[in-house]
Design a protein around this ligand. Sequence first.
Ligand code: BG6
Length: 480
Amino acid sequence: MTQFTSDRLLLFGATGDLSRRMLLPSLCALDAEGLLGSHIEIIGTARSDMDDLGFRNFAREALEQFLPANRRGGIAQFLNRLSYQSLDANDMDGFHALAEKVGTPENGLSIFLSTAPSLFEATIHGLEKSGLAGPNVRIGLEKPLGIDLASSKVINDAVHHAFPEDRIYRIDHYLGKETVQNLLALRFANLMFEPLWNAAHIDHVQITVSETVGLESRVGYYDDSGALRDMVQNHMLQLLALVAMEPPVSYDATNVRDEKVKVLRSLRKVDVAETVTGQYRAGAIGGQAVPGYDDELGKESDTETFVAIKAHIDNWRWQGVPFYLRTGKRMPKRTTEIVVQFKDVPHSIFTGRGARTVPNRLVIGLQPEENITLSLMAKVPGLDRNGYGLRSVPLAITTPDAFAGPQRRIAYERLLLDLIEGDQTLFVRRDEVEAQWEWIDAIRAGWEEQQQTPKTYTSGSWGPSAAIALAERNGVTWHE
Ligand code: BG6
């Protein structure tokens, strides 16, 4: 791993939506806490014609809109760090001007690239030719990085031409979320879960990422992508890998990613009958009427906005344990959670007394609330004259209660800081991405072969009824 803390940060796509909503607010918040280093300079670049002042004004508006009021203290100081250079990625002269603007960083340069896929190769080429890809430069790559294995290889090859893997930081913003990292603490900093974390004791796992938003303003991108590529290929498979991986030797980039990739390579090719796709129609969410996907898009489309999959991991630990994955837009509520459903006790001593045991369940809520709940069986207090009572009671940790001090951060704060400081642990390695695409491509190929088109579902519902049936066929109910 290359060890240097960058004193320049170059943001491609600096006037885009991600920059406004996430990157600039994250950087400003880090700066206010003194975490960016006193000399750091941030250079924004994009196609828009703007000067430094124009970019600072743009950034101020974004910060006032997207930073919570209690984190706006450092705006003035932060704006002073910003400068801007407009760039047409197809114009080589532009890159030379950009290199001049960036200057010669004393310690190193970090680049954050979130750019249209069509400009990707030209951008990497421009960086290389203008001297912005030297040994003291690392590059963060935001998705989409391809639409399948073949196109992702083309992109990765292009990047590798200019940067070695240990200077490439592929972003999956879910890995920047505190509770996602907490999954590792839960599994590997406690003794009690690991001995039970296998097929002998776990019945199944559910991973749900539901959103209330629809297409938003991403018409061009989303309709070519769909839920499988947009959410499952990256975020959900990363969650699955963290839940299922073997204990890494240590918490570092090589060991953690070595274990994740083994899981991703163990994913069984999915049978189309074990998938359900859907597309939302008009409905209501939280009492608000919302239009259907085809209305928002302005045309008919076969793109899925919902997908449910029964996945299997073919290794010793997980043989016979289904992983139910589901994600969708325009669901009744925004939630990301992982449910680990344990098996029932092998023999209940209470049956003769008329009491029933309910298998333990661990629910890890990632958002909007961060909490961990373990359901345990307990005796109902009393003298039991009318029969012995057992009830499932929750043992719950709510992060804001357990940790009163630390504030909730934007996932990109963590990732940008790790990029600047050079820690790859929470970034996705090429072999992981390729294993993810391989599995996803096979699902898409199955859909095409069997001409599976999405079923419709009403906005505000939990997707097509077939998704409920997918789980219920095995006696499983989705946790809601
Ligand atoms: C993005 C997807 O990667 O993740 C979006 O492209 C989705 O479609 C978003 O809305 C969800 O992120 P979060 O952090 O809001 O759960």
